[in-house]
Design a protein around this ligand. Structure first.
Ligand code: NAD
Ligand code: IPM
Ligand code: MN
Length: 352
């Protein structure tokens, strides 16, 4: 079993260090870890945010633990050289099209949600976000129009096979949960979304046991804070999923708690090859201060064990240790507490 650790920029190295401590503590027999450079850190070292050597590592492992990328000092670079291209490139390169972003309220955090406690306590949902298409990967450009005005443009599109495979991922996820799937789109305005909705309906014929509903993304944003308990699985496109998952994070208390798995179809003898990362970014405002909450990354490591290595019991152990840490009132600044990144790591290790 071989996994890669790509720590990246900002708080990326701080939070991945804690997740690696957790994996080390589990002392999983035969587990090998290799490191690689990504993001701004890789750009400054090798001249590219996703060097060939990193891609080579990525292609040869069962799973990748990813911290975060993003460095404002790179914002002036041409887009292909910006740190964010590392994560976009890995998702595309490895065909990791299904991004699972669970959001569940941990017991004891009812009062830390941005929502009222009685509303927050209902939350147990999974966002299944498409990751290889949409406006993210369409043709884009900047040009000057004939009348001299500058124009930026990005092409949004989905091909039916791209929608079909993520729809299947959404239905399968719902089958493993409460059997409810809500497809979120903007079919009242966008052709991309009309195709999305048509294909999701076609695929639904294969899942008569799943209750399918459709919601426009603007309404979904509202419903997510009004009554989040109505959602089981949400399946949506790349851009809408990005936005709704950050929103969902605050409904359960903090973006420092939300983990993710990005999966494709490649199987090994242990499980599905995937990339695992917190949904947050490099958080430059708190980087280097031992302030970041590492729980999202620790929980991502648990997802790695579950999906890519088939180690369900070990994954559940990590999740239980994180839940116990929170129930014991150990919280970072993101949750109104004063525990440092490393102190939270210590607390999770003690409870493993
Ligand atoms: P961000 O998620 O990095 O930070 C948003 C806010 O949440 C900040 O106030 C930050 O301090 C806080 N926060 C984030 N993670 C936290 C944690 N673990 N503990 C406590 N607080 C936390 O988003 P941003 O500020 O919009 O972006 C910063 C950089 O990160 C940008 O360059 C962006 O492109 C990049 N980014 C990368 C990823 C990724 O690597 N997958 C994801 C999102 C953003
Ligand atoms: C995320 C991030 C990325 C995205 C950025 C950094 C490219 O926001 O993983 O949620 O938009 O997918
Ligand atoms: Mn995001």
């Amino acid at each position: 079993m071989k996994i890669a650790v790509f720590a990246g920029d900002g708080i990326g190295p701080e939070v991945t260090a804690q997740a690696v401590r957790v994996l080390d503590k589990l002392a999983i027999a035969g587990l090998e870890m290799v490191e690689g450079d990504v993001g701004g850190a890789a750009y400054y070292k090798h001249g590219h945010p996703l060097p060939e050597a990193t891609k080579e590592i990525a292609r040869g492992v069962d799973g990748i633990l990813f911290g975060a990328v993003g460095d404002f000092s790179c914002d002036h670079l041409e887009r292909a050289l910006r740190p964010e291209q590392a994560i976009l490139g890995l998702r595309k390169e490895l065909s990791l099209f299904a991004n699972l972003r669970p959001a569940t309220l941990f017991p004891g955090l009812e009062g830390f949600s941005a929502l009222r406690p009685e509303v927050a306590s209902q939350i147990d949902l999974l966002i299944v976000r498409e990751l290889n298409g949409d406006v993210y990967f369409g043709e884009k450009g900047m040009r000057t129009l004939e009348d001299g005005r500058r124009q930026g443009w990005d092409m949004m599109s989905y091909a039916e096979d791209e929608v079909r495979r993520i729809a299947h991922a959404g239905f399968k996820a719902a089958q493993g949960r409460k059997g409810k799937l809500c497809s979120v789109d903007k079919a009242n305005v966008l052709e991309t979304s009309q195709l999305w909705r048509d294909v999701v309906i076609e695929v639904s014929a294969e899942y008569p046991d799943v209750e399918l509903s459709h919601m426009y993304v603007d309404n979904a944003a509202m419903q997510l804070v009004k009554s989040p308990g109505q959602f089981d699985v949400i399946v949506t496109g790349n851009l809408f999923g990005d936005i709704l998952s950050d929103q969902a994070s605050m409904c359960v208390g903090s973006i420092g708690l939300l983990a993710s798995a990005s999966l494709g179809t490649r199987q090994t003898e242990y499980g599905t090859v995937g990339l695992y990362e917190p949904i947050h970014g490099s958080a430059p405002d708190i980087a280097g201060q031992n302030k970041a909450n590492p729980m999202a990354t620790i929980l991502s490591a648990a997802m790695l064990l579950r999906h890519s290595l088939g180690l369900e019991a070990q994954a559940a152990r990590i999740e239980a240790a994180v839940a116990k840490t929170l129930a014991d009132g150990i919280r970072g600044g993101d949750l109104g507490g004063d525990a440092s990144t490393s102190a939270i790591g210590d607390a999770v290790l003690e409870r493993l």
